[in-house]
Design a protein around this ligand. Structure first.
Ligand SMILES: Nc1ncnc2c1ncn2[C@@H]1O[C@H](COP(=O)(O)OP(=O)(O)OP(=O)(O)O)[C@@H](O)[C@H]1O
Ligand SMILES: [Mg+2]
Length: 147
């Protein structure tokens, strides 16, 4: 399903609605270049899950963990990651297999072989200063939830 948003806030709100559709074990693999709005989307996911934790880019930390919501949210940024071994080393597979948690992965295109048919794909394409085309694949029923 595809949406066009016109502000970071609108992207967050879309993500917050998507959060209601997530269940434990889900992995969201983001693609979209620098500044596309991936972290903004994850901020909305965190809010939608009910966690009060502030979301920041894990570009340097590699992984952030947000607790206190319906599900724990693990947030990875693969900007500096190149191989599946690196991915394992930063704890991706532990997070993706953790009970009661969902995992969001920025720059998933850096290790494409790690993200197959089973993941939820979120593609964010800038179409202007504040305009983003957001495509989500792999969430049953989200199409009907309204925007
Ligand atoms: N419609 C929109 N949706 C999301 N962000 C938007 C939108 N319009 C403008 N922005 C701005 O674009 C920027 C998105 O930054 P964000 O950190 O979320 O991108 P990112 O994809 O995570 O980048 P990076 O690859 O550096 O991690 C913010 O400054 C935000 O305010
Ligand atoms: Mg980011």
């Amino acid at each position: 399903m595809e949406w066009v948003t016109h502000s970071a806030w609108e992207t967050e709100a879309l993500a917050a609605r998507l959060a209601a559709r997530l269940s434990a074990g889900d992995v969201l693999a983001f693609t979209g270049g620098l500044g596309a709005g991936k972290t903004a989307f994850v901020r909305g996911l965190c809010r939608g899950l009910g966690s009060p934790a502030p979301v920041s880019s894990p570009t340097f930390a590699l992984m952030n963990e947000y607790r206190g919501g319906r599900l724990t949210l693990y947030h990875f940024d693969l900007y500096r990651i190149e191989t599946d071994d690196d991915l394992a080393a930063i704890g991706y597979y532990d997070a993706a297999g953790a009970p009661g948690a969902v995992t969001a992965v920025e720059w998933s295109e850096n290790v494409p072989e790690a993200f197959g048919e089973e993941v939820i794909r979120v593609r964010i394409e800038p179409e202007g200063d504040d305009v983003r085309r957001i495509t989500v694949e792999g969430v049953d029923g989200f199409e009907d939830s309204g925007t």
